[in-house]
Design a protein around this ligand. Structure first.
Ligand code: HEC
Length: 149
C-alpha cells in the first residue's frame, strides 16, 4: 500500500516536471481568428509590404515586386507564401514571429504583451495596427506562385 502511494507520487512528480513551461502556448503555430473581424484589403497590404517606413519587409525579404530595386536577402522570398502557409500561420508570424522561432530577427508586428512599463504615449503602440496586419495577411495569401521573383 505504502509502496503504491510512493509510486503514485513519484509518477505524478515525474509527469509534472516533464511538462514544458507554458505548455498551453507551445505548439500554437497558428492564429486562425481575424484580429479585427473586418476582411483585409490585399492592395493596402501590398503597399505596406513594399513601403520603407513602417513594414520594412523588403529590408529582409524579397518577393514578386518588380518595381522595387532593392530587396533583402536575409529571409525567404515572400513569393509563394500563400501556398506554403495557411492564413492563421501567416497571422501568427506577423503578430509575433518569436512564437514560431524564438531567435528570429523578424520583428513582432503586433505584440501587445510585456509593454506594461512603457510611457503612456507608447502604450499599446504596435509596429502595425490590427487592420494593417489583416491587410498584409490578405495580400500574402494571394501569393501562390513561388517561381516568381
Ligand atoms: C529584420 C528582418 C525581417 C523583417 C523586417 C521582416 N521579416 Fe519576415 N522573416 C524574417 C526571417 C529571417 C524569416 C525566416 C524565418 C525565421 O527567422 O523565423 C521570416 C519569415 C517570414 C514569413 C514566413 C515565410 C516562410 O515561408 O516561412 C513571412 C510570411 C514573413 N516573414 C513576412 C514578413 C512581412 C510581411 C514583413 C513586413 C511586414 C516581414 N516579414 C518583415 C525576417 C524579417
Amino acid at each position: 500500500m505504502r509502496r503504491s502511494i510512493f509510486l503514485t507520487l513519484l509518477f505524478l512528480s515525474l509527469s509534472a516536471s516533464s511538462q514544458p513551461p507554458m505548455s498551453s502556448e507551445a505548439g500554437t503555430q497558428s492564429l486562425p481568428l481575424s484580429l479585427t473581424g473586418v476582411a483585409g484589403d490585399p492592395a493596402k497590404g501590398r503597399a505596406i509590404v513594399v513601403e520603407r517606413q513602417k513594414g520594412l519587409c523588403l529590408l529582409c525579404h524579397s518577393g514578386p515586386f518588380p518595381e522595387e530595386r532593392f530587396q533583402g536577402d536575409l529571409a525567404p522570398s515572400l513569393a509563394g507564401t500563400g501556398s506554403r502557409m495557411s492564413e492563421g500561420e501567416i497571422r501568427l508570424r506577423m503578430v509575433d514571429s518569436t512564437k514560431v522561432n524564438e531567435k528570429t530577427i523578424m520583428p513582432p508586428y503586433y505584440k501587445t504583451e510585456g509593454l506594461e512599463r512603457v510611457a503612456a504615449n507608447y502604450k499599446a503602440k504596435t509596429l502595425l495596427s490590427a487592420q494593417e496586419i489583416e491587410d498584409v495577411i490578405a495580400f500574402l495569401v494571394t501569393l501562390k506562385d513561388d517561381t516568381q521573383k
